[in-house]
Design a protein around this ligand. Structure first.
Ligand code: HEM
Length: 400
């Protein structure tokens, strides 16, 4: 048990977002071995459960996702259009994926978009971007004090708090503005907004980037995905989300990428609400548990050639789960409520890019696959790709 965490949490009102401040950083955990590691951690309790319920119902339920579909398709079409205009150029895919996801999320939550050419509220957008950048900077920093409570980093703690305060303020303003105006998609509640942005943006963006990197390094697999899309969708229209169920190979590519590069490698810390046994270990009530999902998903005892990119291994596997061998979204009551949204976003984006353009690496060199430091397993080097419109899609693309 650590008084450090308890003190932090005591100071944390449910309104204050300090989710990062108490959570051990992920990267250390990878070396922790196969099973579990435990640290004392106080829960968010009822407040968090409530938030989860609201978020799940209002934003992430299948029904809501259906309604919010036009937001995703608009953003992706606009992206394809921009790529078409840029023809034959190198594309910074990391930034592109990030802005796309951010725009979709903010539009869903608050009816606003902050990235791209046609942003109307520049000043507000810049403020948002600054806060966002600072958030990812502090959240990517390892807080050694989370693991060794006697080494406390007051500096980092202060920066996190300050960052949280700025975000709170920003969201509060948004909220007030929306109270006055009509036309929001949902009643934005600031904490909910923050949680979704934090949980949903980087994870989705990084998964797109890992997956696309794998594809650029395996052109034969990219080609196979393209052929599948050509066969099922054709050249007369750009694919949409209803096509995704007919594109199992594309889905397997995403599953395989999530297996090899799970952006939440230790899932999210869980806490036992009661004494229990896990994997033969006695776990007292109030213990923090972390699952090393990365190790399970890459264990040579249960996977053949685990470090080889082979989407075919997921053929016929329902939901990409394969028992509990692969669970990039976790499982059960605290499993990721954003899985449906994430898979749609990733499928729709990657599918559209593959259908409309030929892609290659900027040079002969293989794309580096090293991990950088950060909360949601970012790539060390941002992905750059090169694209040009496919001749068969020219007519359609020039009409968009
Ligand atoms: C590729 C994308 C994503 C991955 C790999 C991912 C993965 C995860 C994982 C592993 C957990 C913890 C589950 C557990 O411990 O059992 C989680 C929790 C969560 N995710 Fe995601 N996620 C993704 C995208 C999203 C999106 C798009 C949203 C929302 C818009 C979202 C919202 C959440 C929330 C709110 C939680 C906390 C749930 C709880 O603690 O009850 N995630 N995610």
């Amino acid at each position: 048990s650590s008084s450090h965490h308890h003190r932090l949490l005591k100071n944390a009102s449910p309104k204050n977002d300090i989710i990062f401040a108490n959570r051990p950083r992920l990267l250390i955990g990878k070396q922790l071995g196969y099973n579990y590691t435990s640290l004392a951690w106080a829960p968010y309790g009822d407040h968090w459960r409530n938030l989860r319920r609201i978020a799940t119902l209002e934003i992430l339920s299948a029904a809501r996702l259906q309604v919010l579909y036009s937001i995703r398709i608009d953003e992706i079409r606009s992206l394809i259009h921009r790529l078409f205009l840029k023809q034959f150029q190198s594309v910074d895919l990391k930034t592109m994926f990030n802005e796309l996801t951010m725009n979709v999320m903010m539009t869903m939550i608050a009816g606003k978009r902050y990235y791209g050419d046609d942003v109307t509220n520049l000043e507000e957008a810049n403020r948002f971007k600054e806060i966002q950048a600072e958030t990812f900077k502090v959240s990517g920093t390892t807080n050694i004090g989370d693991h060794l409570p006697w080494i406390k980093s007051r500096e980092l703690e202060k920066r996190m708090m300050e960052c949280g305060r700025k975000r709170d303020e920003f969201m509060q303003e948004l909220l007030e503005e929306h109270r006055k105006e009509k036309g929001t998609y949902i009643s934005a509640e600031k904490t909910k907004t923050l949680v979704l942005l934090i949980a949903g943006t980087d994870t989705t963006t990084n998964t797109m980037e890992w997956t696309f990197s794998l594809l650029l390094n395996h052109p034969e697999i990219l080609k196979k995905a393209q052929t599948e899309i050509d066969n099922r969708v054709g050249h007369g229209r750009v694919l949409d989300e209803t096509d995704l169920v007919h594109l199992p190979f594309l889905r397997n590519i995403i599953n395989e990428s999530l297996r090899m590069y799970p952006v939440a490698p230790l899932l999210v810390p869980h806490e036992s609400s009661d004494d229990c046994k896990v994997g033969g270990f006695h776990v007292p009530r109030g213990t923090m548990l972390m699952v090393n999902m990365w190790a399970i998903q890459n264990d040579p005892k249960i996977w053949v050639d685990p470090r080889k990119f082979k989407p075919e291994r997921f053929e016929g596997v329902k939901g990409g789960r394969d028992g509990f061998r692969s669970m990039p979204f976790g499982s059960g009551r605290r499993g990721c409520p954003g899985e449906g949204l994430a898979l749609r976003m990733i499928g729709l984006t990657l599918g559209s890019l593959i259908q409309c353009f030929e892609w290659e690496r900027p040079s002969k060199e293989i794309i580096g696959m090293r991990e950088g430091i950060g909360f949601t397993m970012p790539k060390a080097q941002p992905l750059i790709g090169k694209c040009h419109p496919r001749p068969t899609m020219l007519k359609l693309l020039s009409q968009t």
